[in-house]
Design a binder for this molecule. Sequence first.
Ligand code: KIV
Length: 275
Amino acid sequence: MIQQKNTEARPYEPAKTPVFRRLTAGSIKRRKGTHLFPVVTAYDAPFARFAEEAGIDVILVGDSVGNVMLGYDETTPVTMEQMIHHAQAVSRGTSRAHVIVDMPFGSYQVSDEVALTNAIRLVKDGGACSVKVEGGVHEADRVRAIARAGIPVVGHIGITPQTAGLGPGYKMRTHRDRLVADARAIEAAGAYAIVLEVVDAGITREITEMLSIPTIGIGSGPHCDAQVLVLHDVLGIYAHSPSFAKRYAEFGSQAIDALQKYAQDVRESKFPSGA
Ligand code: KIV
């Protein structure tokens, strides 16, 4: 006897695995004026996961990777390949956080086309949710070109470390009119947030009140919508933390301590046990 196939259609059942959606640039923008929020840098999967588990949902893959991970004195030598490599790791280590990735020096200054091509690489190859560009009035066209292509952009004014060592230095920025013009230009170009690095606290307050996008401060006082710190400063791993950074742990000395104990155990035949 021929068996009849059961042709009755079964209702579609969606996959049981949870689908995590990352925080969007739009929701970060809408935080303006609602609540203060923390941002931290991360450069690899485990520490990005720690940040996410600690409830920090905006993570910056900063080109400070050059200083704190790669041993350079400046961020200037950092390449696109290095940023993509670290961005991929942070992206793999997180599932919900919004991952901002820095555009390194030389990846956007030349032309709108170069800037957009590299921003697209950071999104497609690096897994960036948005990108960050250093500079004010002079980089506004680049911000506009990237934002118009649908890639959310964060601006960065005040001390801009990629070029600070080439001339302007690392002193607090106090030139009110220039800073206000830079902030306005970056907002008008379509950035959804802006980093203010080592800007006078009074000027920072004025800019935060003036803009409709969140300001993310670093060394710029309390009047910002968010604060960002470099992970290695927070954890006490980097030897040269700036004075404004707060070290919440001393992982560097703990690491040396642990390694000394391990080395001693090996030398004294205490590890592995039973030796
Ligand atoms: O590269 C970085 O870590 C940064 C922060 C200091 C804002 O740009």
